[in-house]
Design a protein around this ligand. Structure first.
Ligand code: ATP
Ligand code: MG
Length: 567
């Protein structure tokens, strides 16, 4: 099922203030249950953040901002086998880029390893946890299924003193990986599989990015997460719906431990998007198997990829804000993200001229060696953006597609003996077509009408097309990468391996593109509109080479579909 997000200019503030989580928080503050709200965003540093994470970031930091509370950034670094410093650095950069700041509240689950271990001993001493020698396979077998209860492990009734001794020896590194685990002693017959004596600690002889080789045992997500929430005095621990079944365990641990606070977990629906994948496992495969150039490949749904593609952080915040927060899972159309991006860029992006597939035009009656500057509006949607001057001269480039020697009826652009307007410039008429020995068109000859400067004709004669152009002598040369969707299928992998659904033509690289000189100095990361072509962003991945990535074309398929649905 795909969800059509509201098409109206929703006031996202209102939409946001109405979701169920904000209602709970308002109530908790009004009744005095909490004096201040404290949330956290808890990424596991085993990959880059993607647009799904943006939903969680925007929710957690957004709530903290709206209610005058604070939001922590906490690395959930409990699995050293998969976690790396590069991911930690990228996550911090991406959260900041999205527009949020955790102030001094940067934490790591690993900050609590000592405390967590002390609490593990506490559970053992109270008979609430035991060391189990079953192998992973045996544990799976004993666990039962959704329809069958589990069975007690033969090690379940070890006396606390023996468990304590074994736990300490696990910690000291006496046992091999997988030889033993620490499990909570809850209920093997529970209807909720998460309550069937879940694992709290496992043996891992791995180097941890922060604690080095100090630890031979590491807490599981379930054991570390809620207790870290308690240590940080998180009031509302917001996570995605798949953790709903973990909530009884979250509460059980908080109740059985002398934790300094009683956080509560609330679940909301995760963001799913068509035509991409939002699972770190799958994104890791795309990177590791070389299907993309890296985590920040402009086709990736990662924040780093979206940024390189030119999607502004503000457009992502707007998109997420318009979707709102709910408890029902749905899949949002990628075209809707595109729509929000386009809408934002239309208002904010500077207009520039660039010719991607150049065809040279010589204006025969323009003085040889002459040049002049023409006024060009920077953004018709934003007067404050002002204007700039664009050089014009005798030789210019136009888009190859804007000329046809033998045009069909509906082609209104340039053709032999036809007059068109050059944007911000003059009316020109094509007088001749120059071809090479192979019969390919290599140049056009034109004449211009000096009385039409600025694009207006004094005698009111009309032209049917306005073309963008770039002065040949002044042009900056660039490589331009046209990105399409990484997956053409709505739900990649719905019948087979998701890698089989990769669009083999998701990028087209054009070289020798001609840009107006202002673009030669465009800052890396700035997205501009190439007039008539789309939005493009200066890439900074290859030093001084002038490279632009297409963020998105101008045509809004989503808005069009909405209009058709209404008609
Ligand atoms: P994956 O399922 O891809 O491995 P994850 O959820 O394990 O991702 P974490 O680093 O643990 O990745 O996620 C950090 C936070 O972001 C969690 O609170 C998680 O619930 C939230 N999150 C992850 N994916 C989404 C999503 N698609 N929509 C909303 N929130 C998400
Ligand atoms: Mg996770």
């Amino acid at each position: 099922m795909t969800e059509h997000a509201p098409d109206t200019e929703t006031d996202s503030e209102t939409a946001e203030s109405r979701d169920f989580i904000r209602e709970i928080i308002s109530d908790d503050l009004a009744t005095g249950k909490h004096k201040a709200v404290v949330t956290r965003f808890p990424p596991e540093p085993n990959g880059f953040l993607h647009i799904g994470h943006a939903k969680s970031i925007i929710l957690n930091f957004g709530i903290a901002g709206e209610f005058g509370g604070r939001c922590h950034l906490r690395f959930d670094d409990t699995n050293p086998a998969k976690e790396e410093q590069v991911y930690i650095d990228a996550i911090e950069e991406d959260v900041r880029w999205l527009g949020y700041d955790w102030g001094g509240h940067l934490y790591h689950a690993s900050d609590n390893f000592g405390q967590l271990y002390a609490w593990a001993e506490h559970l053992v001493e109270n008979g609430d946890a035991y060391v189990d020698d079953l192998s992973a396979d045996e544990m799976r077998e004993y666990r039962g299924t959704l329809t069958e209860p589990g069975r007690n492990s033969p090690y379940r009734d070890r006396p606390p003193a023996e468990n304590l001794d074994l736990l300490r020896r696990m910690k000291a590194g006496e046992f091999d990986e997988g030889a033993k685990v620490l499990r909570a002693r809850i209920d093997m017959a529970s209807g909720n599989i998460n309550m069937r004596d879940p694992v709290l600690y496992r043996i891992l002889h791995a180097e941890h990015p922060r604690t080095g080789d100090a630890w031979k045992i590491y807490p599981t997500y379930d054991f570390a997460h809620g207790q870290s929430d308690a240590v940080e005095h998180i009031t509302h621990s917001l996570c995605t719906l798949e953790f709903e079944d973990h909530r009884p365990l979250y509460d059980w641990l908080v109740e059985h431990l002398p934790v300094p606070a009683r956080p509560r977990q609330y679940e909301f629906a995760r963001l799913n998007l068509t035509n991409t994948v939002l699972s770190k496992r799958r994104l890791t495969r795309l990177v590791d198997e070389g299907r993309v150039t890296g985590w920040d490949d402009p086709r990736m749904p990662t924040l780093a990829g979206l940024r390189r593609r030119g999607v502004p952080a503000a457009a992502i915040r707007d998109f997420i804000g318009r979707l709102g927060i709910s408890k029902s899972n749905a899949t949002v159309e990628m075209a809707y993200l595109d729509h929000c991006t386009r809408e934002y860029l239309n208002k904010h992006a500077l207009r520039r001229m660039a010719v991607l597939k150049p065809l040279k035009v010589v204006i025969d009656n323009y003085p040889e060696g002459g040049e002049e500057l023409l006024d060009a509006v920077n953004n018709p949607e934003d007067e404050a953006a002002g204007s700039r001057q664009v050089p014009f001269s005798r030789e210019i480039y136009i888009e190859r597609d804007d000329f046809m020697e033998d045009p069909p009826k509906k082609f209104f652009r340039l053709a032999p003996n036809r007059e068109v307007r050059l944007r911000y410039g003059y009316y020109v008429t094509c007088t001749d077509v120059v071809k090479n020995d192979q019969g390919e068109i290599i140049e056009l000859r034109c004449t211009y009408d000096p009385a039409t400067r600025g694009g207006n004709s004094p005698d009111g004669r009309k032209v049917k097309a306005t073309l963008h152009w770039v002065s040949a002598a002044h042009a900056a040369e660039a490589e331009v990468r046209l990105y399409g969707r990484l997956f053409e299928t709505e739900i990649p992998g719905s019948d087979g391996d998701f890698l089989d659904d990769i669009n083999p033509n998701s990028v087209e690289t054009l070289s020798g593109c001609k840009l107006e000189p202002a673009l030669g100095e465009a800052p890396v990361g700035e997205t501009v509109q190439f007039e008539r072509l789309g939005y493009f962003c200066r890439d900074g991945s290859e030093g001084d080479r002038l490279i632009f990535n297409r963020t998105i074309g101008l045509r809004d398929s989503w808005a069009k579909a909405q209009r058709q649905a209404k008609a």
